[in-house]
Write a protein that binds this ligand. Structure first.
Ligand SMILES: NC(=O)c1ccc[n+]([C@@H]2O[C@H](COP(=O)([O-])OP(=O)(O)OC[C@H]3O[C@@H](n4cnc5c(N)ncnc54)[C@H](O)[C@@H]3O)[C@@H](O)[C@H]2O)c1
Length: 255
């Protein structure tokens, strides 16, 4: 019997990361569920059962990320999912709010890529979670859009640098997926409806839609695929992003 692949899923306690952790475990990986929410990660690892484990990590803190990788040892798969967003017009946004999103979504992804690049075995894979907002702007989402555009480019640079070590680096750019991250936006009337109108397929996403692609990108079936940012959004990249800020303002005017 072959040794199971070791996978670290950063941001694995919730949403897309959790769905990816489950799917990778079902695909035969030994999964380390790593998250800022250490208790959440523990509960998720317990749900997966033996031999899966949990770790607390803060992607904005390099020492914490280094500890995660040092304690795990050599890895085959790293899925980098930590992220969050805020909403606000550029002219109103405190600089620290802008920085906080860049810190997690871009600098945090860089720190994970740095240590993944040091610990992934030959044949290993890094998959990062970019976003449709890396290519489609949304008013009120400057920090998130800028961070995800940066992450898409970071993915391509990392693929060039790590390719000679036999490591593949890809990203997925999901559209609107129902998770705790999007719960508040989904409650604003018009947001999901407008997203769905602007897809080709006619629906928003579920975490499992993304997890299936993670499993494929991490598998030997994708052994020639690197430096790719996969648009996974029901075809929303073919049209335009919903006016989230407009819907929020409309709701505020009504209340
Ligand atoms: N849900 C969507 O529609 C959508 C669309 C495009 C991209 N994404 C991206 O996918 C990724 C996962 O999003 P989600 O929707 O599953 O969100 P989520 O909020 O359900 O999960 C995000 C996880 O990241 C963790 N996290 C946050 N900051 C962290 C930090 N500093 N260190 C370690 N972990 C941290 C959170 O604790 C949480 O468990 C994010 O990068 C997000 O930007 C989501």
């Amino acid at each position: 019997m072959s040794t199971p692949r070791t996978a670290i899923v950063v941001g694995g306690a919730s949403g897309i990361g959790w769905a990816s952790a489950k799917a990778l475990a079902a695909d035969g990986c030994r999964v380390v569920v790593a998250d800022l929410n250490g208790d959440g990660a523990k509960a998720r690892a317990a749900e997966l059962g033996d031999p899966h484990t949990a770790a607390q990590v803060d992607v904005t803190d390099e020492a914490s990320v280094q500890r995660l990788f040092d304690e795990t040892g050599d890895v085959d798969v790293v899925v980098s999912c930590a992220g969050f967003s805020n909403v606000g017009l550029i002219v109103d946004m405190p600089v620290e709010d802008f920085r906080s999103v860049i810190d997690v979504c871009l600098t945090g992804a860089f720190i994970v890529a740095k240590h993944a690049g040091r610990h992934l075995r030959d044949g290993g894979v890094l998959v990062s979670m970019s976003s449709l907002n890396g290519r489609q702007p949304g008013a009120g989402m400057s920090a998130y859009c800028a961070a995800k555009a940066g992450l898409s480019m970071l993915t391509q640079v990392a693929a060039l640098e790590l390719g000679p070590k036999g490591i593949r680096v890809n990203a997925i750019a999901p559209g609107f997926v129902h998770t705790p991250l999007t719960e508040a936006a989904a409650m604003v009337p018009g947001v999901v409806e407008e997203y769905v109108e602007n897809t080709a397929i006619g629906r928003a996403g579920q975490p499992e839609d993304i997890a299936e692609a993670v499993v494929f990108l991490c598998s030997p079936k994708a052994s020639w695929l690197t430096g790719e940012v996969l648009d996974l959004n029901g075809g929303a990249h073919l049209k335009r992003y919903p006016d989230v800020m407009g819907h929020v303002m409309k709701l505020a005017e009504q209340s």
